[in-house]
Ligand binder design. Structure first.
Ligand SMILES: [Zn+2]
Length: 406
């Protein structure tokens, strides 16, 4: 079956993640797809196909060389973003797209225009795949899933291609930040892995943010507002002053890009007695994260002193820049570059202004950069991919298997 046909099948299964349940996977649709994938992987002859109790699917493409070749892994996530509906996805293939507006039939206001989308404009003549206007497409990350399955099938049919053992991992709940939670790195048993969860053909990502989350809580004193003179201390006002004093024209998501980090207040839970502000800290350098934490603390303490509130500060580590691990394994990135070139593409390297499952897996002992899978307009009803992108992702996986066996 072609990679496009596989992709079109997978996107029709609703695997939208949901961050309210604590169960893993968070939604049953993900298991439906995982069971289907397990069946397909067995059918194409993979060994050790296991779907564990948390919904993680693993399998092995056996080695064709006997000499000592490292086992490498390929990973993709089966869930889709909770932000947009993934129910009843109707994929549409716009064959040999001529470059005109693509109007999505179920919502004529949903239009992909080449002038707005330079990445799309670069694919005139390709078979573009979109959803129908009311749902996301799910190329994030079923493009990655389809590319991995198709590459596995190709390798199984071509035992003459030298390769070491290849492990495949399909994970649940990446979109709600839990994809690495129950990933059994020891059982996976690979020296390194690649997530296939990126955009344009040729993209290779091996730097991500380092990330912490802070909770800044102002504690005031509540009393009946009619008789509050000289007694009430309003934590809501303290929090407002705190937020107002955080950097605005710098160190903010809306004013930074490239390698700049930020301090981002994004949620407030407010009452006179107690108001908590949640703040995200992001930096490509982990020590820079500490500077940002100190900045937030200094502003919070200053405001608490000025408003007569008490402040409590809490910091949770979220994830770390995978580069800190990958710098110790230069081969992992270098071989990906080589495979991309052999597939006839130019490596495009840029930092991820976020984290991937690979950020966490790298620190769990599995160095894992990210490769393109042809995902565009993530988490949107205008999401799209192309047959050509999917095929290029398959080609890079096949080349990587060979590069590691040399
Ligand atoms: Zn993704």
């Amino acid at each position: 079956m072609s990679v496009l046909d596989r992709f079109l099948r997978y996107v029709q299964i609703d695997t939208r993640a949901d961050d309210s349940p604590t169960a893993c996977p968070s939604t049953s649709g993900q298991l439906v797809l995982q069971r289907m994938l397990a069946g397909e992987l067995r059918e194409i002859g993979l060994s050790d196909v296991t779907l564990d109790e948390n919904g993680y699917l693993m399998a092995t493409v056996p080695a064709t060389v006997t000499r000592d070749t490292p086992t490498i892994g390929f990973i993709a996530h089966v869930d889709t973003s909770p932000e947009v509906s993934g129910e009843d996805v109707k994929p549409i293939v716009h064959r040999a797209w001529a470059g005109g507006d693509i109007v999505l039939p179920d919502d004529p206001t949903a239009i992909l225009r080449a002038v707005d989308l330079p990445d799309l404009a670069a694919q005139v003549g390709h078979d573009i795949v979109t959803a129908s206007g009311t749902t996301l497409l799910g190329a994030d990350d079923k493009a990655g899933v389809a590319a991995i399955v198709a590459a596995a099938e190709y390798l199984m049919k071509h035992p003459e291609i030298p390769r070491g053992a290849i492990r495949i991992g399909f994970t649940p709940d990446e979109e709600i930040g839990r994809g690495a939670n129950f990933f059994d790195v020891a059982r996976f048993g690979a020296a390194c892995a690649y997530t296939l969860d990126g955009g344009n053909a040729g993209e290779l990502e091996f730097e991500s943010f380092s990330a912490d989350a802070m909770r800044v809580t102002f504690i005031g004193f509540n009393t009946h507002p009619g008789y509050a003179k000289g007694r009430m201390v309003n934590a809501v006002k303290a929090a407002a002053r705190f937020i107002d004093r955080l950097p605005q024209d710098r160190l903010s998501p809306e004013t930074t890009d490239g390698y700049e980090g930020y301090v981002h207040p994004y949620q407030v839970e407010a009452s006179v007695d107690r108001t908590s502000v949640r703040v995200l800290l992001r930096d490509f350098v982990t020590s820079g994260l500490r500077d940002k934490q100190r900045l937030v603390e200094a502003v919070a303490r200053e405001v608490a002193a000025a408003t007569g509130t008490r402040v409590e500060l809490h910091v949770d580590e979220q994830y770390r820049n995978m580069r800190e691990v990958l710098d110790d394994h230069p081969d992992v990135v270098e071989r990906a570059r080589a495979a991309i070139r052999r597939a006839g593409l130019t490596p495009i390297e840029k930092p991820i202004r976020g984290g991937t499952d690979g950020s966490r897996l790298s620190f769990m002992g599995l160095p894992t950069p990210n490769l393109f899978a042809g995902e565009h307009n993530f988490h949107s009803r205008l999401e799209w991919t192309s047959r050509q992108d999917l095929e290029r992702a398959v080609a890079v996986i096949v080349e990587l298997a060979q590069v590691w066996a040399e």
